[in-house]
Design a protein around this ligand. Structure first.
Ligand code: 13P
Length: 272
């Protein structure tokens, strides 16, 4: 397929690089781990990542384990990141961890707006957008999570909800910031439930996200990596990664088991 056929318009040469979307599989450990089990997991992931092709592999760990991750993963084919970031800089913000701190521990990525942050910790679209903006400005790559609840899906408002979450960020930062970001579509009803979206169901929302971004800027949309998250396992990953607009995965439970996580990474690499 030519560049022109793919995008429907002639693109400048520099845009070709954007169109070749890289694959990414990121683990989200959530509030799990301890020093001893992390050590085994990180060493196993580091070893297996040597053979990965066509996919970038990342782990997003709890803050206290960033130092350990940095020690074990430095120089390996695995990058790491945080699961949240403060929307503020340094100062009197008890409990908050700044983007500068994440950078000091070598983070490349940071998850922003995970549904658990939105629903359990009450983060609004505006707070998520502020965190996204801070991450971009600091030079971290935010993985912006969007997704609907089961009720919203049943009410037929999935696109409205995802569109609103996306617009809050684009409204704050401008669409160009998405060049330096990743989106993760995570239907809330599929997170930790064992209930994965059917590949076609996920693809439909991924295509919607891409088209919503394309309405602002087609080139940015073509280059945007959109991950799927929600009960992804080694057994269902390959099928999800055959979908045209699924560029990798954000993996919760399965990222805590090295063999399972690396099998998902390999599946994403093969789908490239
Ligand atoms: P599970 O893979 O455990 O369903 O979690 C998905 C998720 O929330 C990743 O951010």
């Amino acid at each position: 397929m030519t560049l022109t056929a793919y995008t429907g318009k002639i693109l400048p040469i520099w845009a070709a690089e954007l169109v070749m979307r890289g694959r990414l599989v990121a683990g989200n450990w959530k509030s799990n781990g301890d020093l001893a089990s992390n050590q085994r997991l990180l060493e196993d992931v580091r070893a297996a990542a040597r053979d990965l092709r066509g996919v970038e592999c990342a782990v997003c760990v709890p803050y206290p384990y960033l130092f350990q991750s940095q020690q074990i993963l430095a120089g390996a084919a695995v990058v790491w990141g945080g699961q949240d970031v403060s929307q503020f800089g340094s100062g009197a913000f008890t409990g908050a961890v700044t983007a500068a701190m994440l950078l000091e521990f070598g983070c490349r990525y940071v998850i922003v707006g995970h549904s658990e942050r939105r629903s359990i910790f009450g983060e609004s679209d505006a707070v998520v957008a502020a965190k996204f903006d801070v991450a971009i400005k600091a030079g971290l790559t935010p993985i912006l999570c969007v997704g609907e609840t089961l009720r919203e899906r049943e009410e037929g408002v999935t696109e409205t909800v995802v569109g609103r979450q996306l617009d809050a960020v684009i409204g704050k930062t401008g669409v160009a910031a998405l060049v330096k970001a990743v989106i993760a579509y995570e239907p809330v009803w599929a997170i930790g439930t064992g209930r994965t979206a059917m590949p076609e169901q996920a693809q439909a929302v991924h295509a919607y996200v891409r088209s919503a971004v394309a309405a602002h800027d087609a080139v940015v949309a073509d280059g945007l990596r959109i991950l799927y998250g929600g009960s992804v396992k080694a057994a269902n990953a390959a099928q999800l990664f055959t979908m045209r607009d699924i560029d990798g995965g954000l993996i919760g439970g399965a990222s805590l088991v090295a063999d399972e996580f690396m099998a998902i990474c390999r599946a994403a690499g093969r789908g490239q």
